[in-house]
Write a protein that binds this ligand. Structure first.
Ligand SMILES: NC(=O)c1ccc[n+]([C@@H]2O[C@H](COP(=O)([O-])OP(=O)(O)OC[C@H]3O[C@@H](n4cnc5c(N)ncnc54)[C@H](O)[C@@H]3O)[C@@H](O)[C@H]2O)c1
Length: 439
């Protein structure tokens, strides 16, 4: 750990709270328990197994990230959350059918001990779901206060030092930023008046940020991505991040597109289609919920390829994204991409990708890392939008007027340099001044 680290040390327990305790949340929780028992490996999590270069290239120093900055240890993490279903984490994980029964059985007592708190829920925002484990309140502000009470109780009962919240709930219907979202005053008034543009995910986000609990949004709905909550996060000095975990197809897109662009290859069309059969797929089968996802997925290519600067390569780009609910596959999504590219003298070529992925297996380490790094950000005195965590997100939240960065390699650079900055280490600029070949 650098002597001049800007972050205080991670001591005591970190509580990770998740609104939405379905496939992703249970895969994170069971995964952390399995890693703690040393019966599984935390593959995909940079906070656990990632390394980064420190200092000049010539020194060849690539320590673990968790040795560069002080991160909460997995044995100090406790979990909690909310869901509209009463199932404990063992039942929910069995229902999600992501992890093998034999693994879940080994973790059964720990998983059974976590039961979801009553959710803030309204069927108007997730049309395909209905559950009984739901809070009642006379208005949305009352519901936010009930969530704050839950947070306070959880912290006390579990002896937590610090908390973070990561939205792992279903994707809500598409809502655009409107007048009610502009200031803390309009938002609070809207909550008292039950304004329809304030969905449950925004109520949880308000409660967390108001209490100074770092908040990340793993779904594409707005949640904390509105001016009022960005303003609140600055007042309460709370780090926030969103939106939408970058997992399967979009992960591939943000790996491949920067490479094609780097070699000045043209792209004429990119058609992406998926089949998935989990509850997320069922929710996304509704056109209003799919619209939220579609907007999140479509922004990526345009920003990476910059057709306005490279019209000869990308002006005709046709980008289409489809998701189809197909129950037999469960959580094991299959994503196909057909990419029509152009090379020297405009000769056409094609690339086909068939990604047989596992949705929650890809999302779980992202939830864990977002929680661990948001906690670090708070201990380093950082607040507001944490753009350096865009690395994990499909539709990264950016300050007003700025484009989000989608290129995964630029995101990784920013991520690593931010960690170096927190650790009080030299930033890496790749200027090549560390080694003079003429010497
Ligand atoms: N798995 C991935 O690869 C991936 C990638 C990006 C985003 N996401 C998003 O992550 C979220 C979770 O995905 P999942 O596969 O775990 O879905 P899931 O359907 O298994 O779990 C979501 C849970 O949220 C609960 N829920 C819905 N509204 C709620 C509310 N208001 N309060 C509390 N609980 C609520 C549901 O009852 C359900 O149990 C989804 O929004 C999904 O779009 C997942």
């Amino acid at each position: 750990m650098g002597k001049t680290s800007k972050a205080t040390k991670a001591t005591g327990k970190l509580g990770i709270l998740m609104p939405g305790m379905g496939a992703v949340a249970t895969t994170v929780i069971a995964g952390v328990y399995a890693v703690n028992k040393k019966i599984a490996e935390p593959i995909g999590s940079l906070s656990q197994i990632g390394r980064m270069r420190i200092g000049q290239r010539t020194t060849n120093n690539k320590p673990f990230i968790h040795d560069v900055v002080s991160l909460a240890k997995l044995k100090d993490v406790v979990f909690g959350g909310w869901d509209i279903f009463e199932d404990n984490m063992y039942e929910s994980a069995m229902n999600a059918a992501v992890l093998e029964e034999s693994l879940l059985k080994k973790l059964k007592p720990q998983l059974e001990a976590i039961k979801p708190m009553k959710a803030v829920f309204d069927k108007n925002y997730v049309k395909k779901l209905d559950g009984k484990n739901v809070k009642k309140g006379k208005n949305k502000m009352d519901l936010a206060k009930a969530v704050m009470k839950d947070i306070e109780n959880f912290k006390k009962e579990n002896g937590c030092d610090r908390l973070v919240m990561v939205w792992c709930g279903s994707t809500e219907i598409y809502i655009q930023e409107g007048p009610v979202h502009q200031t803390i005053e309009t938002l609070e008034k809207g909550m008292v008046e039950n304004h329809p543009d304030i969905p449950p995910s925004m109520i949880y986000a308000y409660a967390a940020i108001k209490m100074g609990v770092p908040y990340a949004n793993g779904a594409p709905n707005l949640s904390c991505d509105i001016p009022a909550l960005v303003e609140l996060s600055k007042i309460t000095k709370t780090p926030i991040a969103g939106k939408d975990f970058k997992t399967g197809q979009t992960l591939m897109k943000t790996i491949l597109a920067p490479g094609l662009k780097a070699r000045a290859l043209g792209i004429e069309g990119w058609f992406s289609t998926n089949i998935l059969g989990n509850r997320d797929g069922e929710v996304l089968d509704d056109p209003d919920n799919f619209k939220t996802k579609e907007v999140s997925k479509l922004g990526v290519l345009e920003q990476i390829l910059e057709p306005e600067l490279y019209p000869e390569l990308y002006k005709d780009l046709y980008h289409k994204v489809r998701i189809n609910y197909y129950p037999p596959r469960g959580d094991n999504k299959e994503g196909w991409d057909n990419i029509d590219i152009r090379g020297w003298l405009n000769y056409p070529m094609q690339i086909k990708i068939d990604f047989l992925c596992r949705d929650s297996i890809l999302a779980a380490p992202i939830v864990l890392d977002l929680a661990i790094f948001l906690d670090l950000a708070q201990r380093a005195g950082m607040f507001g939008i944490q753009e350096w965590l865009s690395f994990y997100l499909k539709s990264p939240q950016a300050p007003k007027g700025l484009h989000p960065i989608h290129d995964i390699f630029k995101q990784l650079n920013k991520f690593e340099n931010t960690l170096r900055h927190i650790a009080g280490e030299e930033l890496i600029t790749n200027l090549g001044l560390d080694y003079d070949q003429n010497k």
